[in-house]
Design a protein around this ligand. Structure first.
Ligand SMILES: *[C@@H]1O[C@H](CO)[C@@H](O)[C@H](O)[C@H]1NC(C)=O
Ligand SMILES: *[C@@H]1O[C@H](CO)[C@@H](O)[C@H](O)[C@H]1NC(C)=O
Ligand SMILES: *[C@@H]1O[C@H](CO)[C@@H](O)[C@H](O)[C@H]1NC(C)=O
Ligand SMILES: *[C@@H]1O[C@H](CO)[C@@H](O)[C@H](O)[C@H]1NC(C)=O
Length: 527
């Protein structure tokens, strides 16, 4: 029954977050693993298909050679009459045409078992995993654009495979940059589209493509660049680019594009109104603190052996990162082995879910998209100790805890700023709102993926094994809006976290409520 409830609750969660973070393939390294597996299977299937086709073709070729030899022998001797006059020869020619050509050549070529098997295999793979579609490609490009925006990365650096000064040796070709530019144009990101198209032009001019091809491709890129310029309110630049195309290729479709643009009102530059949190968020994600009017006293790390007898011998390593609301990082809470066991358990849950959705027909892609998070109860040995750690450190009763949500974010994967409390529409499965959040880091992240609190000037780089804990509610149980937080996009690597939310219902004796909100302590903040 509990499972049911939590499953239901999980779905509820996903719906709630769907608006904030679309979990596409690209945003979870785990679901990208599945795509890599699909590609491997396609490669294997195609290779064996080609092999079987090759064998068949070799067989036909030998057979045709044999027929040809016999045919030539019959005809080139200019003794065809003589050849055909022989009753056995006449029989063989007729048999060849009646049976051999039909059975051995025409039929197998028309009814090609291997080809049917191949296409059945390809189709079956599609039903099990779901192939990514155009929207998925757009999602990946959006992810790239997001990385550029949050971390101020240039297209030319990205195309060189250089991220924040680190070279990953994965440089892009002109065609890929062109494709990114086109996708961004379709998404209405004209400025960024232009940036990628410019990189594409540069790479194309230095590419080993044939000269006449280069001219042809350049025209295609310029056509997009022209339209992007038009949308950005630069009709002059758009016109110049179209002229360049038509000079070298008078029949190019730029002709129609020009007519189309001339018939249209000038594109206007959408002054996008950025959300108010964006400036703080961007800076913190880059690991830069915001300037403050009065700088707070620096907080000192300390060892805490008194919280519970359990910590007498191995004191908690506490790094306070914010006071009121308190945000603390507890280092070294999970060992590498414990993390492996947790991720193992999460992966098994995932496989179970994939298997279920595999039978479910056409909802598979959707299911894959959400497979980036899963929920673990506290039954296994490792999860029992996770629950115990959470109880001892937070002081809260695990009776009010949701299952631990294990999430995986890949490149570009992020959550925009959100609070963890519900405020209204409390889920009926739990008593009260989410009083506290415990976020266990289950991996390091090579670049990016910080947890940031835009209202509190706090950024936290993920450190494997550490636990971050804070209260989402005031002592009065009113929501504390200052706890708004976000997961910054992962630039390089895979981010894994485990979240435990404890609800206020069972905590009457653990953190007694006050009659009034304690937000008076921090005047100026609105709930
Ligand atoms: C694909 O083929 C390789 C080598 O033949 C093999 O090791 C691998 O297991 C195959 N993969 C799948 C998914 O069948
Ligand atoms: C972004 O990077 C460029 C250099 O690549 C720099 O000139 C610019 O100031 C940066 N912008 C921000 C907001 O950091
Ligand atoms: C899923 O499949 C069912 C029948 O198999 C069909 O009626 C339905 O339209 C499909 N849904 C989508 C979103 O393709
Ligand atoms: C941005 O951070 C500053 C400094 O911490 C803070 O005073 C301000 O309220 C924050 N702005 C938003 C919109 O969260």
């Amino acid at each position: 029954m509990k499972d049911r409830q939590c499953l239901y609750f999980g779905i509820f969660q996903l719906i709630m977050w769907a608006g904030v973070a679309n979990g596409e393939f690209y945003s979870s390294v785990d679901s990208m693993h599945e795509l890599a597996q699909v590609e491997e299977e396609l490669l294997n299937a195609t290779r064996s298909y080609l092999e079987s086709q090759q064998k068949q073709l070799d067989f036909y070729r030998r057979y045709v050679e044999q027929l040809k030899r016999e045919h030539e022998w019959a005809t080139t001797q200019s003794k065809l009459d003589e050849y055909l006059g022989h009753p056995l020869h006449a029989f063989r020619l007729i048999k060849r045409l009646v049976q051999d050509w039909d059975a051995l050549i025409l039929e197998p070529i028309v009814d090609n078992d291997a080809r049917e098997e191949f296409s059945a295999h390809v189709e079956a793979l599609g039903t099990v995993f779901g192939y990514p579609d155009q929207s998925e490609l757009q999602g990946a490009v959006k992810g790239l654009a997001r990385l550029q925006a949050v971390y101020n990365l240039t297209a030319s650096h990205l195309a060189d495979g250089v991220i924040n000064g680190v070279s990953y040796g994965s440089d892009l070709r002109w065609r890929e940059c062109y494709e990114i530019g086109v996708q961004l144009f379709d998404l209405g990101e004209y400025q960024r589209s232009l940036e990628w198209l410019q990189v594409a032009v540069m790479l194309l001019q230095n590419s080993p493509e044939k000269e006449e091809d280069v001219e042809h491709y350049l025209s295609d890129i310029r056509e997009y660049a022209s339209m992007a310029n038009f949308e950005l309110g630069n009709p002059k630049k758009a016109g110049i680019l179209l002229n360049q195309i038509l000079e070298s290729q008078p029949t190019h479709s730029a002709q129609q594009t020009r007519k189309y643009l001339e018939s249209r009102a000038l594109g206007k530059i959408d002054q996008e109104t950025n959300p108010t949190w964006l400036a703080n968020y961007t800076m913190l994600c880059q690991g830069r603190r915001l300037p403050e009017e009065r700088s707070a006293d620096p907080l000192k790390c300390y060892l805490d052996g008194k919280r519970h007898a359990y910590f007498t011998l191995a004191p908690l390593q506490v790094e306070p990162v914010h006071l009121d609301p308190d945000i603390n990082v507890y280092h070294g809470m999970l060992s590498a082995n414990q993390i492996l066991s947790i991720l193992d358990e999460a992966e098994k849950m995932q496989m179970f879910r994939s298997a279920v959705s595999g039978n479910g027909g056409n909802s598979t892609v959707k299911d894959l998209r959400v497979s980036q998070q899963t929920w673990l109860d506290y039954k296994s040995a490792v999860m029992k100790s996770v629950g115990r750690i959470n109880e001892l450190v937070s002081g809260f009763d695990m009776a009010g805890a949701e299952y631990m949500q294990v999430a995986n974010y890949g490149v570009g994967g992020q959550y925009e700023p959100h609070p963890d409390y519900f405020g209204v529409n409390l889920p009926v499965e739990f008593k009260g709102d989410r009083i506290s959040t415990s976020m266990f880091y289950l991996s390091d992240v090579e670049q990016g993926g910080y947890t940031v609190f835009p209202k509190l000037n706090v950024f936290l780089p993920p450190v494997s094994g550490a636990l971050v804990m804070w209260h989402n509610l005031h002592r009065s149980l009113d929501v504390d809006a200052r706890t708004l937080h976000a997961g910054c996009p992962v630039i390089v690597g895979s981010k894994r976290i485990g979240n435990i939310w404890v609800h206020s219902g069972y905590q009457e004796f653990r953190r007694p409520c006050h009659l009034t909100s304690d937000s008076y302590k921090s005047a100026g903040y609105q709930n």
